[in-house]
Write a protein that binds this ligand. Structure first.
Ligand SMILES: [Zn+2]
Ligand SMILES: [Zn+2]
Length: 134
């Protein structure tokens, strides 16, 4: 895409690798702190890389946490669903094509042109609910 032409090609890969290495969703500032040693020091660099990764469908933004996670699915559709643990912060992506077709049907009924949707479930993950180490 033209608007990314002047960007160092590897910045978004560096951001992606940092996200991949984290068990929890990361905010832009988490990423900035992590990537300082890799030569990424400007918030705009991180935001631009995140925009690109989101556009490419490789990263999702969790609105409720204002944080980012790597897409775990092979999905090409526009609905992502996450379970987010309030205790340990773990976010797990759930691939659900039925949910996606339901959301599409609702959008169609409303005459709403859907670009993307992210469904966020908050609660406790199985391990935290069971009180086990993870
Ligand atoms: Zn995904
Ligand atoms: Zn948990």
């Amino acid at each position: 895409m033209a608007r990314y032409r002047n960007e160092q090609a590897s910045n978004h890969e560096t951001v992606l690798a940092a996200l991949r290495g984290s068990r929890k969703p990361m905010t832009a500032y988490d990423l900035l702190a992590r990537l300082k040693t890799k030569g990424i020091t400007a918030p705009t660099t991180v935001y631009r890389a995140l925009d690109r990764l989101i556009d490419e469908g490789r990263v999702h933004r969790l609105e409720s946490l204002n944080a980012f996670v790597v897409c775990d699915c092979e999905h090409s559709f526009t609905t992502a669903m996450f379970s987010i643990c309030n205790d340990c912060g773990h976010a797990e992506e759930i691939a659900d094509t039925k949910l996606h077709s339901d959301i599409l049907a609702i959008a169609r009924r409303l005459g709403f042109k859907l670009s993307h949707s992210v469904v966020e479930m908050h609660g406790r993950c199985r391990a935290c609910a069971a009180g086990t180490e993870h």
